[in-house]
Design a protein around this ligand. Structure first.
Ligand code: TYD
Length: 210
């Protein structure tokens, strides 16, 4: 099984991924928890380039292809082998991040990006993608609060984007999920980590995935 978690920066994906990993390990699964960008050896270098706040001159198209390169390598070298070995793969962000951030966020055509993602993943999509839905102002405040006081500046290039950018990202996720109810589910992420986790498990049970 292959599950992905998505959502705006600060929505709580990383916490939920940790809770889900523990949940599935308790239930006897061999779990691979991974992330994008950066889930492969090549991806590790690409992540540094992609999230460097000083890299202000990367064009939107170059950025798109770097995310696609990260994903192509991640799928071929890490995710497919893990699935073939019978492991459960949990991924912090996947192709929908590209459709939403580079498409809805940067203003490129989401359906064209879907096609490019389909090529990059060589047809492999998660069994379910869970979108943690949270108002961007709340999510960004959370992201800021988790940083040590000494590091007041935004962590990556995306956290430094305007609120309007993150509002487009959030709306993009909701639009995409509404068009793809089979492979995506939206979960309200405004509650406590435990409450959000309970909702995720309920969604997985409803779909026969947990
Ligand atoms: P991530 O490490 O998940 O950051 P966070 O934990 O703050 O959500 O992702 C890094 C950033 O990369 C995030 O702001 C979203 C962006 N991103 C894209 O723009 N396109 C993509 O395809 C992916 C995977 C991430």
């Amino acid at each position: 099984m292959f599950l992905a978690l998505e959502g705006v920066d600060g929505c709580g994906k990383t916490t939920q991924l940790k809770l889900l990993t523990e949940h599935f390990i308790r239930h006897g699964y061999d779990v691979l928890a991974t992330r994008e960008p950066g889930g492969s050896r090549l991806g590790h270098d690409l992540r540094r380039i992609l999230l460097d706040p000083a890299a202000t001159d990367i064009t939107p198209l170059a950025e798109l292809f770097l995310y696609l390169a990260d994903r192509a390598q991640h799928v071929a070298a890490v995710i497919r082998p893990a699935l073939a070995a019978g492991r459960l793969v949990l991924c912090d962000r996947f192709a929908d991040s590209t459709i939403v951030y580079q498409g809805y966020g940067r203003g490129m055509d989401p359906s064209q990006i879907f096609e490019l993602c389909h090529l990059a993943v060589d047809g492999l999509w998660p069994d379910l993608t869970i979108v943690l839905d949270l108002e961007p102002a709340v999510a960004l405040a959370r992201a800021q609060a988790r940083r040590p006081a000494a590091a007041a500046a935004p962590e990556g290039r995306f956290e430094a984007e305007s609120l309007a950018f993150h509002v487009r990202v959030r709306e993009g996720y909701r639009a995409l999920a509404a068009q793809n109810r089979q492979r995506m589910a939206v979960v309200d992420a405004s509650g406590s980590p435990e409450a959000v986790f309970d909702t995720i498990v309920r969604v997985l049970e409803e779909r026969g995935l947990a």
